[in-house]
Design a binder for this molecule. Structure first.
Ligand SMILES: [Ca+2]
Ligand SMILES: [Ca+2]
Length: 186
């Protein structure tokens, strides 16, 4: 009799254990997408925040020096209104952070003001949470218009003096479809 009771109690415990395991498995399955969504949302928030910090830095620079910085870019990238935008790399991040050996800082930011406090990666670029440099463009000729041209589409942005964007989760901004998800300041 005693033996029978012990046996059924053991069997019941095993079923309970299986139920608990099943519940945990269901909870984990439900939680993983939620965690992934939260992580993705937090990356977007960070990117949007950094985009605005970079815009603020450019505007503060303009207020201080009464011109837009070039980042001393050269060659094909020399046009600061460069239609598909320029990347936040090489001299521009250093200059905005008030760093860099001469001539970088001395030429464009002689007062060495730290306009920007966003960290740079090991290559000296300022990258978004997905690992791609932020992009920017400014109204260098001061005509109040920025022409954003990305492959087949072109957009004229009026009354905007500086634009900054991240390529977003897909890491792309080469057409209208891949531009939609981009955190940006306009
Ligand atoms: Ca312009
Ligand atoms: Ca994109």
């Amino acid at each position: 009799m005693q033996c029978h009771t012990t046996h059924s109690r053991r069997a019941f415990t095993l079923i309970e254990l299986l139920v608990v395991i099943a519940i945990i498995a269901i909870l984990v399955a439900l939680l993983i997408p939620a965690v992934s969504r939260a992580r993705s949302a937090s990356k977007r928030t960070r990117a949007q925040h950094e985009v605005m910090q970079i815009v603020t830095a450019f505007k503060a620079y303009f207020d201080e020096y009464d011109s837009w910085p070039t980042g001393l870019v050269s060659g094909d990238d020399a046009d600061p209104e460069g239609k598909p935008g320029l990347e936040m790399k090489e001299n521009m991040p250093k200059m905005l952070r008030g760093e860099g050996d001469p001539p970088v800082a001395l030429t464009e930011n002689p007062k060495r003001y730290p306009f920007l406090d966003v960290p740079v990666d090991k290559d000296g670029s300022i990258v978004d949470p997905w690992g791609h440099p932020y992009k920017y463009m400014m109204d260098f000729d001061k005509d109040g218009i920025l022409e954003l041209q990305v492959d087949q589409f072109s957009t004229n942005l009026a009354n905007v003096d500086v634009v900054v964007w991240s390529r977003g989760r897909d890491g792309a901004d080469n057409n209208r479809a891949t531009f939609v998800d981009n955190p940006k300041n306009w």
